[in-house]
Design a protein around this ligand. Structure first.
Ligand SMILES: C[S@@+](CC[C@H](N)C(=O)[O-])C[C@H]1O[C@@H](n2cnc3c(N)ncnc32)[C@H](O)[C@@H]1O
Ligand SMILES: [Mg+2]
Length: 250
C-alpha cells in the first residue's frame, strides 16, 4: 500500500500518487518508465538555470551558477530535477506526497554525495513549516493533483516576495490529446497506458488564474517540442502540447 503525506491533504489524488509510488525503483533508469522525464531534463534544466540567473542577477558562468539560492522542488519524484539543481550550487528542498518516492530520492542522492532536504509532505502542509523560498518549482505535477487551484495557491505561498515560480505541464488542446495521450501512451509507448488523464491537462490561462490569489504574475510562457530527428526536446513558441512557465511574486 502506498503511504502518503497525509490522508486529508487536499491536493493529493490517492490513485495518482499510487502510480508514482509503484514506479519508485524506476526513477533513475533512463530507459525505464521515467524515460520521457530523462529526455526532457537537459532542456528544462537549462530553462530554469537561465531564468533564475537572469532574474536574480547571478553571473551564470562558473560551475555553481545557482549558489546562494534556496529552491523548493514540489512533487520532486526521485530527484531528477533536484539533483542537477543541487549540482549547480542551489540549496534544494524536495517534497513528494509518497513515502516510497522520497525513500528512492534520498537513497539516490546519497549515492551521489549530494545534500538535498527531502520530505514526504505536500505544499499545503509545508506552508506552515518553512520560510518562503527564492524559487519554487513544480514540474509535471499540476496535472496529477486533486485540487489544482489549492495546489497553485500553496506553491505560490511558498515563494518569497521578489521570488519566482517555475512550472511545466501539458496543455489541454486537441493536439495534446493526439500527441501526449494517444501517441505517447498507445502508439509510441513512451509512457505507461493510463499515465495521464487528458481532462487533467492544464491551460496556461488556468495556471495564471490559479497563481493570481497568491499574488504571482506570469512572466514567461515557452513551449517544449519533440524533435524526431535528434530524439531530443527543444524550446519553442509552440505551447499547444508541453510547456514551461515562469511567474514572479512582486
Ligand atoms: C510526473 S512526476 C514528476 C517528478 C519531478 N517533478 C520531475 O519532473 O522529474 C509527479 C510527482 O508528483 C508527485 N505528486 C503528485 N501529487 C502531489 C501532491 N499533491 N503533492 C506533492 N507531490 C505530489 C507524485 O508522487 C510524483 O512523484
Ligand atoms: Mg505528467
Amino acid at each position: 500500500m502506498t503511504r502518503t503525506a497525509a490522508a486529508d491533504a487536499i491536493t493529493v489524488n490517492p490513485d495518482e500518487v499510487a502510480k508514482f509510488a509503484r514506479m519508485a525503483s524506476d526513477w533513475w533508469d533512463p530507459e525505464g518508465e521515467m524515460k520521457p522525464l530523462h529526455a526532457l531534463n537537459p532542456t528544462r534544466i537549462a530553462y530554469i538555470r537561465d531564468h533564475l540567473t537572469d532574474h536574480f542577477g547571478l553571473p551564470g558562468d562558473g560551475p555553481e551558477p545557482l549558489k546562494g539560492l534556496r529552491l523548493l522542488d514540489v512533487g520532486c519524484g526521485g530527484g531528477l530535477l533536484a539533483e542537477p539543481l543541487a549540482r549547480l550550487g542551489a540549496q534544494v528542498t524536495g517534497l513528494d506526497a509518497t513515502v516510497e518516492t522520497i525513500k528512492a530520492a534520498k537513497a539516490h542522492a546519497q549515492t551521489q554525495g549530494l545534500t538535498i532536504d527531502y520530505r514526504c509532505t505536500t505544499a499545503e502542509a509545508f506552508t506552515d513549516q518553512s520560510e518562503p523560498f527564492d524559487a519554487v518549482l513544480a514540474l509535471e505535477v499540476v496535472e496529477h493533483v486533486a485540487d489544482r487551484d489549492a495546489f497553485l495557491r500553496a506553491c505560490g505561498g511558498l515563494v518569497r516576495p521578489g521570488g519566482l515560480f517555475v512550472l511545466s505541464t501539458i496543455n489541454r488542446t486537441r493536439r495534446s490529446f493526439l500527441l501526449a495521450k494517444v501517441a505517447a501512451e498507445y502508439i509510441l509507448g513512451w509512457l505507461p497506458r493510463g499515465t495521464h488523464d487528458w481532462r487533467s491537462f492544464v491551460r496556461p490561462s488556468e495556471v495564471a488564474a490559479g497563481l493570481r490569489p497568491a499574488g504571482l504574475h506570469v512572466r514567461d510562457l515557452t513551449g517544449v517540442v519533440y524533435t524526431p530527428f535528434t530524439g531530443g526536446w527543444t524550446l519553442s513558441r509552440d505551447t499547444a502540447v508541453n510547456y514551461m512557465l515562469v511567474a514572479e511574486k512582486p
